[in-house]
Design a protein around this ligand. Structure first.
Ligand code: AMP
Length: 679
């Protein structure tokens, strides 16, 4: 199993530092107090040594150039002597217990600081409570590095009292959060700690300006739609379902009627209309018709919809209006306003491309994903952006490293939430949202509605309205002829090559494999046979993956060998065939794969190889084929019956065997591949 595509996930949830450091609220003042003493501000280098002496530290030999610096840490390896440093030099002092924040995990933070400030930063020795940090470079570089370090070591101090010793204070405070359990052991008093945390958070949020959320002025024609008309419109538009996800409590607003034109949604935002007109769209897609009134009214929304439905624009245009409509101008806001979280780099990049098509009031965005140039991403973030599109891992990385301030996120999108959960990102999503102000507006999209997504919605959304556009991919499946081919494992490859040899030159094909190794093997075989192809799987680096997609999109190649990395969200126009060389592990993945073709009014063909090992999926596959009016081979029915019979037999055996103790043959084994579970 180790080779399954799960292990392509670029940012393992376990990769994060265990402790979360909340960002300090408010801008960093130029001078900070530490234990009642002044942490020097932006004095120039000429005063550095005086500064050092002023502070009465007599051990300056360590930083004067004659000491042994091998223990000193710097981003470049820490072996250079001060004397050899060019430019100016300044020594600042930081609390020793905060030095870790400057160095960062594996030295990443100090490297970032050096890169961003252009100063060389060297962490010296600690004299107990304080540690000296030497900054070398131009005046500007030193000043920038100093500011960044000050901000980094700044603490959030909600109850700071004049002249209080913070260290002792925190020492005393921390004692409050322990209690004795029934055995007399000291344990953490979580209730108290959580209450304290909530109080701290609350006082942070109270300082923030209120969020303006309601930007919707309903067009008279929309307001005049009768309930019957609304019902009919929804039915005619893929039977779109709209409801409050949880209790429809009294006091909640009526769910708005759909808009039927772009003007009905955005007539008060002419610049947005201009951008839409540039795209040559004729009408809003069903999800847009329903989502725009909901989101422009400031409601939370769950869109059960997939890529290809126009969902990105559904949440994006209200986001642009939201950014521009806040009381504090965007240039003066600390940190970005909109966060769009996506499960994969490909999807993040795709969203970014979509976002960059719409210019509105100088709104800037950045795309943060693992595998992309981290420094470049940091550079863009530090210049100030309004929209962050990110994969959860890279987002948390930059938040923890304090490159990104999330305090002002007031419009959050969790795109393809089900996929994020499938990929194990739940802890990171929770971490990302932990510190975001709770009065934000939250949007979630998901192709399915499993319990995990529901739980996420319950925890992080407020009375969301759910718009279910059904599975458009399922609708797409209606435009796909779904063929099933029963084979033995060893016959797959010859059957595949037979198909490829008979392809029309205009055909465009994705071959889905269950394992990365299979994808590598098949693409290698194709190369050996002189057949041009591309491959897309987790072992390929980001640039190669992007190149592979681009080659397919622009038609440089017409065969893509892929794992399920490509099964959702990837929009390759004119794809004529999907080949499922290996049957997917989950039936939903089948729907997504098949839905890569038959898009945008075109028809497509899917060819699925089914082996006896896939019998556990036969029943669900039949349902999908029947729903799409496809031919269901008898063999598939037989497979499904055999599987059900086997399941019953096993249940019975289990019941009988429960009184017998251990031993006997077989025991355990999975339904799909057990020795006795023959097909
Ligand atoms: P999405 O579902 O967001 O991935 O969108 C899929 C594609 O549909 C994108 O290329 C969009 O530019 C396009 N699109 C979005 N809205 C519309 C619309 N109203 N009419 C036609 N195409 C659209």
């Amino acid at each position: 199993m180790a080779d399954f595509e799960d292990d392509w996930i670029e940012e393992s949830p376990a990769d994060f530092a265990p402790a979360y450091q909340p960002n300090a609220a408010g801008a960093a003042p130029p001078t900070r107090q530490y234990r009642g003493r002044t942490f020097r501000g932006s004095n120039r280098n000429s005063s550095n040594d005086a500064n050092w002496r002023e502070r009465g530290n007599t051990s300056n030999s360590n930083s004067s150039g004659s000491g042994d610096y091998r223990r000193n840490y710097d981003g470049a390896g820490g072996r250079r002597d001060y004397q050899r440093d060019s430019g100016n030099k300044k020594v600042i002092y930081v609390p020793s217990n905060k030095v870790g924040r400057i160095i960062g995990k594996g030295g990443t933070k100090i490297k970032d600081l050096q890169y961003e400030s252009d100063a060389r930063i060297k962490v010296g020795d600690s004299n107990g409570n304080e540690t000296d940090v030497t900054l070398t470079g131009t005046d500007d570089a030193i000043s920038k590095a100093q500011q960044m370090i000050e901000k980094l070591v700044e603490d959030f101090k909600p109850h700071e009292k004049e002249g209080h010793d913070n260290k002792e204070d925190s020492g005393t405070r921390s004692k409050e959060f322990f209690k004795l359990n029934e055995n007399g052991d000291q344990v953490i008093d979580w209730d108290k700690l959580n209450a304290y945390h909530n109080q701290v958070q609350q006082s942070r949020y109270e300082k923030l300006p209120p969020i303006i959320k309601d930007f919707y002025k309903e067009d008279p024609a929309v307001a005049a739609m009768s309930d019957e008309e609304v019902k009919r419109w929804r039915l005619e538009n893929f039977d779109i379902q709209v409801k409050r996800t949880f209790d429809d409590k009294p006091g909640l607003r009526k769910i708005p009627n759909p808009v039927l034109t772009f003007e009905q949604a955005f007539q008060h935002y002419p610049d947005i209309l201009t951008e839409i007109y540039k795209q040559d769209f004729t009408t809003p897609s069903p999800i847009q018709s329903q989502a725009w009134p909901i989101l422009l009214s400031g409601e939370d929304m769950i869109g059960i919809a997939q890529t290809g439905t126009g969902k990105t624009l559904a949440f994006l245009l209200p986001a642009l209006i939201h950014i521009d409509g806040q009381t504090v101008p965007k240039e003066e806001r600390e940190g970005p306003t909109v966060l769009i979280l996506a499960p994969t780099r490909e999807l993040a990049i795709q969203i970014d491309k979509e976002v960059s098509k719409y210019q509105y009031k100088g709104i800037k965005s950045v795309c943060l994903y693992g595998g992309g140039d981290r420094r470049e991403q940091i550079k863009v973030v530090s210049k100030g952006v309004d929209i962050v599109i990110a994969t959860p891992g890279r987002l948390n990385d930059l938040v923890l490293a304090r490159h990104l301030n999330i305090i002002n996120f007031s419009y959050i999108v969790l795109d393809e939430a089900d996929r994020m959960l499938d990929m194990g990102f739940e802890p990171q999503i929770r971490k990302s949202l932990f510190d975001v102000r709770p009065d934000r507006q939250t949007v979630m999209t998901s192709a399915t509605w499993p319990p995990g997504v529901r739980r996420l919605a319950e925890s992080y959304m407020k009375d969301p309205i759910q718009v279910n556009v059904g599975s458009l991919d399922l609708a797409a499946v209606h435009t796909v002829t779904q063929k099933i081919l029963f084979v033995e494992e060893d016959d797959k490859e010859p059957a595949l090559f037979d198909f490829l040899n008979n392809m029309d030159p205009n055909d465009k094909v994705i071959i889905f494999c269950g394992k990365k190794a299979t994808a590598v093997h098949i693409s290698t075989e194709l190369c050996i046979k002189g057949i041009d192809c591309q491959s897309l799987h987790g072992d390929r680096d980001q640039t190669d993956r992007e190149a592979a997609l681009n080659d397919m999109v622009d038609g440089s190649v017409n065969i893509l060998v892929a794992t399920d990395v490509a099964s959702r969200g990837i929009d390759i126009k004119d794809l004529t065939h999907v080949i499922n060389l290996d049957f997917p592990r989950h039936i939903e993945e089948y729907v997504h794969r098949v839905g890569r073709t038959g898009r945008a009014g075109k028809t497509g063909i899917s060819l699925t190889f089914v082996t006896r090992q896939d019998w556990g999926s036969a029943k669900e596959l039949i349902k999908i084929l029947e729903e799409a009016n496809q031919e269901v081979p008898d063999e598939l029915h037989q497979m499904a019956s055999r599987f059900e019979a086997m399941k019953l037999r096993r249940e019975k055996e289990k019941g009988e065997g429960s009184g017998r103790g251990r031993g006997g043959r077989g025991g355990g084994g999975s339904y799909g591949r057990g020795r006795r579970d023959r097909w």
